[in-house]
Design a protein around this ligand. Structure first.
Ligand SMILES: Cc1cc2nc3c(=O)[nH]c(=O)nc-3n(C[C@H](O)[C@H](O)[C@H](O)COP(=O)(O)OP(=O)(O)OC[C@H]3O[C@@H](n4cnc5c(N)ncnc54)[C@H](O)[C@@H]3O)c2cc1C
Length: 383
């Protein structure tokens, strides 16, 4: 039995302080629960919750997964209302079908939009686009959120919440349970303070760390694959108020990164540098940076062994869909590990799954497909 030096008791421990952990903590605190967030980084919301395309999914992206498309719509209205001042509503969003190599053709895309009832208006002429590459172009309604402003908002809200404690830069050393409570031995990563925490309920909200944390708590793993992913950020005087997503194959997307003035750029072919089909994210670069381990990964943005940027390839690829004189100026890149359920390898779906993996003491694992599904937790967690 772990010996208590310095025991703190909570109703819930949340492992992982991304947007899902942060939202869960605020939700539970509002219900009167005392919550502790354990986060391995030095600050909250530094991983996938800011390194993403910031698309407020409306469903367009998932012609091969109607379930994901419909779930996007479910949560979109509430997310939009709750985060209204962090959302960019003022750009034109286009979806295009490539003339070559698309898994979805224009008729299928139109049928799909019609079926899930989202607007898609064919645009036969547009001065900014290159119709030699585009079979069809559609004006759609899709917005982006600002991940940096949202991260600030959640950090501030948590600071003001007296029922939530946050332990940063923390590693879980050992876990035991007595049938009623988890006993979690934590230590500061940089040495020094250690803390024993007891709680009857644990929520694993660590995304790419999900299986490492499930393993620590002795609960089943979920079937995941992982990719080291690069989001490229560019500026463009002509595309400031334009977003384009090319469906559905080895293509890409460019759209305003919220209200920042930057455009985020991704490409199915070049964003994902390395792939791990193991349940834990294991990559060959971990042989160079031995601090980064499959069961405790480092932050790729500070890692000397991270892959070289594919920004040139991504910029060249997306430029083909625009008029020749469009400028795209590279600003920076951010890297993170993107994790996916293996079950969605074929249909490209991104469901958010929250499962109770142990009843006594209770253990939930959230695996988040997209940001606007933060509310799914309310359907599953009981107290
Ligand atoms: C490249 C890319 C593009 C995307 N594009 C979009 C998009 O356009 N729209 C959209 O809605 N979604 C998008 N997503 C998905 C979305 O970003 C994720 O679903 C979401 O951010 C997951 O949030 P989270 O809080 O679960 O994970 P994260 O933000 O990754 O947070 C998990 C936290 O857990 C911490 N952690 C990990 N292991 C441990 C441990 N052992 N102990 C303590 N803490 C730990 C991490 O440091 C991190 O802070 C994208 C994702 C990626 C990677």
């Amino acid at each position: 039995m772990l010996q208590a030096k310095n025991v703190e008791r909570y109703d819930f421990v949340i492992v992982g302080g991304g947007i899902f952990g942060a939202y869960a903590a605020l939700y539970l605190a509002k219900k009167g629960m005392r919550v502790c967030i354990l986060e391995k980084e030095k600050a909250l919301l530094k991983k996938a919750s800011i390194v993403n395309q910031a698309r407020l999914h409306s469903g367009y992206h998932y012609p091969r997964s109607v379930a994901t498309a419909l779930m996007s719509d479910d949560n979109k209205a509430r997310f939009t209302k709750d985060h209204e001042s962090f959302i960019n509503f003022s750009f034109e969003k286009y979806y295009a079908i490539d003339r070559f190599g698309s898994f979805t053709d224009s008729a299928q895309f139109e049928r799909f939009c019609h079926y899930i009832n989202i607007p898609c208006e064919p645009v036969e002429k547009h001065p900014l686009f290159n119709y030699n590459r585009i079979e069809a172009l559609y004006r759609t309604t899709e917005y982006t959120f600002d991940p940096i402003l949202i991260a600030d908002y959640y950090r501030r809200s948590l600071e003001e919440e007296p029922l939530v404690d946050i332990l940063l830069n923390i590693k879980i050393q050992r876990v035991e349970e007595d049938g009623k409570s988890w006993m979690i031995d934590t230590a500061s990563i940089e040495g020094g303070a250690s803390q024993m925490i007891h709680a009857p309920q644990v929520i694993n909200a660590t995304y790419s760390g999900s299986n490492a944390v499930n393993q620590l708590f002795g609960v089943p793993k979920i079937n995941l694959m992982h990719e080291i992913s690069e989001m490229v950020f560019v500026t463009s005087p002509q595309l400031e108020k334009i977003g384009l997503t090319v469906m559905d194959g080895q293509f890409g997307s460019i759209m305003p990164y919220g209200l920042s003035g930057l455009l985020s750029l991704s490409s199915v072919a070049y964003t994902h540098h390395k792939v791990s089909y193991n349940n834990l994210p294991s990559f060959d670069c971990q042989a160079i940076n031995t601090d980064c381990k499959p069961d405790f990964t480092s932050n790729c943005n500070y890692c000397p062994a991270r892959p070289r940027s594919n920004q040139h390839k991504m910029i060249q690829q997306i430029k083909q869909y625009f008029r020749e004189d469009i400028d795209l100026n590279y600003f920076t890149s951010l890297f993170t590990i993107k994790s996916k359920l293996k079950a969605n390898y074929i249909d490209d779906g991104r469901p958010t799954e929250i499962n109770m993996l142990r009843e006594n003491p209770r253990f939930y694992c959230i695996f988040a497909g997209k940001i606007n599904s933060i509310y799914e937790i309310e359907k599953t967690i009981t107290f």
